[in-house]
Write a protein that binds this ligand. Sequence first.
Ligand SMILES: NC(=O)c1ccc[n+]([C@@H]2O[C@H](COP(=O)([O-])OP(=O)(O)OC[C@H]3O[C@@H](n4cnc5c(N)ncnc54)[C@H](O)[C@@H]3O)[C@@H](O)[C@H]2O)c1
Length: 390
Amino acid sequence: MINKIVPAIRMIASKEKVLTIRLDDSEQFPKLNTEDSVRSLPFVKTDSGIIVITGKTEPEDIIAEVEVKISAWYTAHSSHPDFILLDGMGLIALANNASELDSLLGLPVGEAKTVAGRVQDKIIIVTGGAQGFGGGIAELLYAQGANVVVADLNEEAGKGMANILNTNKQTNQAFFVKVNVSDPGSVEEMITNTVKHFGGLDVIISNAGILRAGGLDEMTPESFALMTDVNYKGYFFCAKYASSVMKVQSNFRKDYFMDIIQINSKSGLKGSNRNFAYAGGKFGGIGLTQSFAMELMPNRIKVNSICPGNFYEGPLWSDPQKGLFVQYLNAGKVPGAKTLNDVKAFYDAQVPAGRGCRVLDVVRAILYAIEQEYETGQAIPVTGGQNMLN
Ligand SMILES: NC(=O)c1ccc[n+]([C@@H]2O[C@H](COP(=O)([O-])OP(=O)(O)OC[C@H]3O[C@@H](n4cnc5c(N)ncnc54)[C@H](O)[C@@H]3O)[C@@H](O)[C@H]2O)c1
């Protein structure tokens, strides 16, 4: 219900600039049913514009009435209302950006700056956004003006990341949502929480992923199933629930492009020795991307995978206790290597660019995919020349 109505209202109420809106359905709000009851709320100002929708239960009827009332409101006021009360559901606040929303709702807001970035006020979910590639992607997209949903299984690290971003005091904001991408119910809830908090969804970066290496003798069916659940099925769940909200937005705004972006891997383009559970899931992800792209382009939802090379500076490789460099040194995997630097030099030398992949390399590919209107179903390699397309 929320995912059908709120994104529709976001688009109906937007003219040139797409608005950021918030549904508060906590405690007292669903019980309000008149304009006076809204006006009596402590944060509502005497000159606030309010639309009230009552006596409707079906999403189509609610949306139809919102369309009529918003159109009349624009004719009378040349602007959008500040609040829409949906009787029985809650109160929606409408604003140009997230910090204006806070101020409308009476939350403490200090000075906030608008950065005018390349994804200004877009609503972007980054799964696995607490650390590693996901953390870096969340940080750089926030710096480019996005409202970022840091979605992660790790609550402490994820909240920490969202808090760090918000200390920059921009008019766009970051928000943490706990999710387990291998659980469809949890992914659907992540999308609903995003819709309630920011009003819709413009981009989802399906980044959360895990790696348990091993050849056929070592790989247990349980490990194989876990990696498939997170890396492969998790991407399907994200695309399923994200696209249903994006389709609602596209129904109400015919010129609006949105993105589903999977962080894949160079192991999605070429087999990976003793690492088949990871490579198999990533190859499969490209099959999903190509198929989703065909299905969703009529709704102007582009679907692309980005295939980074090894992120040597990230925790997977560089963690001082359990990172792959330490593991490979201890296991004598690199002949003649005596130090961590020897192991690292061996791997750097396999990349024509002479170094590992960095967050900025990946974010440049993400921004390319978002800014394109004519690219979908692709697997974009970001490997410093290590993997090339045929
Ligand atoms: N590290 C690399 O060298 C490399 C190279 C190419 C591609 N990738 C891909 O990049 C993505 C991120 O990798 P990374 O190395 O940054 O990983 P990471 O381990 O540093 O971070 C992964 C994040 O995902 C979260 N996560 C794990 N399982 C989850 C689940 N079920 N639901 C929600 N969140 C979950 C973790 O809590 C963590 O915050 C993965 O898809 C990976 O396959 C990594």
